[in-house]
Write a protein that binds this ligand. Structure first.
Ligand SMILES: C[S@@+](CC[C@H](N)C(=O)[O-])C[C@H]1O[C@@H](n2cnc3c(N)ncnc32)[C@H](O)[C@@H]1O
Length: 209
């Protein structure tokens, strides 16, 4: 077991508590509220989105590559299974290689994940592959910015990547999503509460063309 992976899984919910209470949980709820059908979540972590999944979602596939995170996710998903209207499956897979058929998902959820994937373009190609035409990609992602905060991001990025489980502070995720063939009209600038240098963010729903 990778001790850093284990440590991150142990502290993650506590680290995020202030952000969740200051607006992140509300943003999760807002963006997930009208999803339906088969929803796939990548990098589902400890399951922070689970309480916000609406009853209109009948099938939920939660994917998480980290063994320590996936253990917590499974435990949380078991509680959620008490809800009879949703069929939940938890799997271990990275966004770069999704074990799902082409056009099999109505929506994909990615919250604070695309900063950490090893290969952003390949991950986005996979999301496009599994989404049906017109399917939705729900995003909450911190991104690169300009100005003084951009300079801070630049200087912290190498260290941040080591201590934050491979997270990259300087990704232009909105552009990458657009370049991957998604309509990003409804993906807007946002601020991750309590995010420090990772506060500049985007939030919204992209659609597969
Ligand atoms: C900051 S956490 C976010 C967790 C959760 N999505 C949330 O909103 O709280 C980043 C997650 O991305 C996962 N991750 C890292 N590399 C990944 C990859 N290549 N594919 C999918 N998930 C990845 C990590 O294991 C971790 O669970």
């Amino acid at each position: 077991m990778d001790p850093r992976d284990h440590a991150m899984a142990m502290v993650y919910d506590r680290l995020m508590r202030r952000s969740e209470r200051s607006g992140l949980a509300a943003k999760r709820r807002e963006l997930l509220s009208d999803l339906h059908g088969h929803v796939v979540e990548i990098g589902a972590g400890t399951g922070a989105n689970l309480p916000h999944v609406p009853a209109s979602v009948h099938q939920l596939t939660l994917l998480e590559p980290s063994p320590a995170m996936a253990r917590r996710l499974r435990a949380r998903a078991e509680d959620a299974v008490a809800r009879p209207t949703v069929d939940i499956e938890v799997g271990r897979a990275p966004a770069e290689a999704l074990p799902l058929a082409d056009a099999s998902a109505d929506a994909v959820v990615s919250t604070l994940v695309l900063c950490s994937v090893d290969d952003l373009d390949r991950s986005l190609a996979e999301l496009g592959r599994i989404l049906r035409p017109g399917g939705r990609l729900v995003l909450i992602e911190h991104v690169a910015t300009h100005g003084p905060v951009g300079l801070v991001q630049r200087s912290l990025a190498p260290m941040w990547r080591i201590v934050a489980g491979g997270c990259q502070l300087r990704r232009d995720t909105r552009t990458a999503v657009a370049n991957a063939g998604f309509d990003v009209t409804d993906v807007h600038p946002w601020r991750l509460p309590g995010g420090g240098p990772a506060a500049p963010a985007i939030a919204g729903t992209a659609s597969r063309r």
